[in-house]
Design a protein around this ligand. Sequence first.
Ligand code: NAP
Length: 264
Amino acid sequence: MAPGRESSVALVTGGSRGIGRGIALELARAGFDLVINYAGNETAAQEARTEALDTRRQARIETCQADVSIAEDRQRLLQFTRESFGRLDLLVNNAGIAPSKRVDILDATEVSFDRLMAVNLKGPYFLTQAAARWMIEQAGEKGAKYRPIIVNITSVSAYAASPERGDYCVSKAGMAMATKLYAVALASHGIRVYEIRPGVIATDMTSVVKEKYDVLIEHGLTPIKRWGLPSDVGRAVAAIATGALEFSTGEVINVDGGFHLRRL
Ligand code: NAP
């Protein structure tokens, strides 16, 4: 970073734990200042902040509680970012939940469906809308040196059918389409939009199915025979964020050990 130059600012939703924390750490390392958003686990958010500062002492890292499924919280989160940093260069829509119980699609409930849609789809869809409006405003002020980016963390579940968590799959497929919609709508404003599709990544979310996936991985679920790590996703986000894909938008990046490859 040149002396006197403002750092770029990233907002990572669900940055307190798991993949989001991995993204926050890699972005701090890459020179970003950060807002680490979390839903309720303040201790985890503070730990993520401390770890991010350990990667780069001069980084400015703030934490902000906000539930992305609630409109007022989304507004407050962006307002916090504006008041703390005065700019937003990168939005990472990472916050997401799995169904509290895996239930066959014939028995699944509307309560679970509504919750999954609210957090995994409606939240990031409208956070993107509000962030994009602010980014367009900033583009008008800052000119060509401002290169805003939005990254959506979806999942292999955007295309792989798991009928025992259909609501999760539908929410991720929805965000895959949202990536395309925003990529088309925002390109003329100089905003690029990307989708990262993680495979099986070791986090709290997958800890409940660890034994099942240990066996599947051992038996060849993925050509690369290991669990993914939050840092695997973090490094992919950092590569995009630092300009590796300047002439691409709406691009899907699989971070899945090769899970998406059809084999014969
Ligand atoms: P995780 O370990 O359960 O962490 C979830 C994070 O999201 C936490 O920081 C949590 O905050 C936050 N969060 C949850 N609900 C929120 C809400 N309503 N508003 C704001 N923040 C919220 O999950 P993960 O495995 O890292 O997953 C992160 C993302 O990657 C999700 O979108 C998930 O669908 C996706 N993904 C995960 C995998 C995998 O194998 N793990 C694979 C593909 C895709 P608190 O700490 O405050 O609870």
